[in-house]
Write a protein that binds this ligand. Structure first.
Ligand SMILES: C[S@@+](CC[C@H](N)C(=O)[O-])C[C@H]1O[C@@H](n2cnc3c(N)ncnc32)[C@H](O)[C@@H]1O
Length: 355
């Protein structure tokens, strides 16, 4: 009976967004999430006592990790994925939120102080593998930092930095125009600059596009010690209109390198194909682009969705290949590859010197 009920809940919840969860998703799921949240709360109360009020850091780490992982396993087993778990996750936070919010990263993901998850402050913290001071919060932050998705983000930052540095070193001379679309803190560009000698660095012309002015300010401040002010152009722009906007010619056309990470995960297929096509048209002969999208087998999906209401549009490598074809990019002008963990896929697009 229970299995049939779970199957029913799964059928009702999977992939449906914007539905009336209260009526459609059944009280059974709500009660199930309530039980999971109460168990998490009880586990953490017990952990508090067993660790002398979080004084035993090692035990705090282990008990917090076990409690949260157990809850996530049970939440995954509900089969309620995507926007459909937005409302049930509020039950989880109502009951266990007092504990959960001590973790600085999961609190930031949940509350989205800049209006979206994955803002520049979070990315800087992920990149530095930093945790907060609160003993339970630090345990939760370590749990977050150990997830596959943040590791994939660190990997892609390194991958882009090495790709850009390699591109500049292969080009014998002349300026290299790099455009970062949805640059955020531009830690990848910063790391690329750090890999280059001063003469190579002086050839860079960097355009950073982002909607968040604070992210652009932060990126500019990180790059300022590495390159001259006239090598950096910070552009505040709503990129969801980029493919259609005439202004995009000014920022994109003639790019030698285009990098875009953490943006296509929010674009539907039509917008993704349009933007990919725009990148393709904008690249100079010999130019290359690296454009990222998370794969559906993201092992951090339950954590991101149930704890952070952090929903991505996942794509398989086949779906990405289809989008490239839709964008007018043919093999071997593009390849689909992945950063070392395999969780964050990317299009590597290369325009031949002669086209
Ligand atoms: C997850 S971050 C990725 C930042 C950076 N590319 C990286 O990988 O570290 C996504 C960035 O896209 C920006 N962004 C999101 N929606 C946008 C939009 N409609 N227009 C411009 N920028 C946007 C955000 O402000 C944020 O800085």
């Amino acid at each position: 009976m229970r299995d049939r009920l779970n199957f029913y809940v799964f059928q009702r919840c999977k992939g449906l967004s914007g539905m009336n969860w209260e009526s459609d998703c059944s009280d059974a799921l709500k009660q199930r999430v309530e039980r999971i949240a109460l168990s998490l709360d009880a586990d953490l109360r017990q952990a508090f006592d067993l660790t002398g009020g979080w004084r035993d850091a090692e035990r705090t780490d282990r008990l917090a990790n076990d409690a949260l992982q157990r809850a996530l396993d049970q939440l995954s087993a509900t089969g309620c994925w995507g926007e459909a778990n937005r409302l049930p996750s509020s039950t989880l936070w109502r009951i266990a939120g007092g504990w959960l919010e001590t973790g600085s990263l999961q609190r930031r993901a949940r509350t989205k102080p800049r209006g979206y998850a994955g803002d520049f402050e979070m990315l800087a913290q992920i990149s530095a593998n930093r945790v907060c001071d609160h003993p339970l919060g630090a345990a939760f932050d370590r749990f977050f930092q150990a997830q596959a998705a943040p590791q994939a983000v660190r990997n892609r930052t390194t991958l882009v930095a090495e790709a850009i540095a390699g591109f500049v070193q292969r080009r014998a001379a002349g300026p290299v125009h790099i455009v970062s679309v949805g640059s955020g803190p531009a830690l990848d560009l910063q790391a690329a600059c750090q890999r280059l000698t001063p003469p190579h660095r002086q050839r860079l012309q960097m355009t950073l596009l982002d909607l968040d002015p604070a992210a652009l300010d932060y990126a500019g401040s990180q790059l300022a010690p590495l390159v001259a002010a006239n090598q950096i152009r910070l552009v505040r722009e709503n990129l969801f209109r980029l493919a259609q906007s005439a202004r995009s010619r000014e920022f994109l056309d003639g790019a030698d390198v285009i990098v875009c990470s953490g943006l296509f995960d929010y674009l539907d297929a039509a917008a993704a194909a349009a933007m990919l096509s725009r990148f393709w048209q904008a690249l100079c002969p010999g130019g290359e682009a690296w454009v990222f999208n998370f794969a559906p087998y993201n092992p951090s999906r339950a954590y991101m969705e149930w704890i952070g209401n952090w929903y991505l549009i996942y794509r398989t490598d086949q779906q990405m290949a289809d989008l490239a074809a839709q964008a007018g990019i043919q093999h071997p002008q593009f390849q689909i590859a992945a950063e070392p963990s395999g969780v964050n896929l990317y299009w590597h697009v290369a325009r031949a010197e002669t086209t």
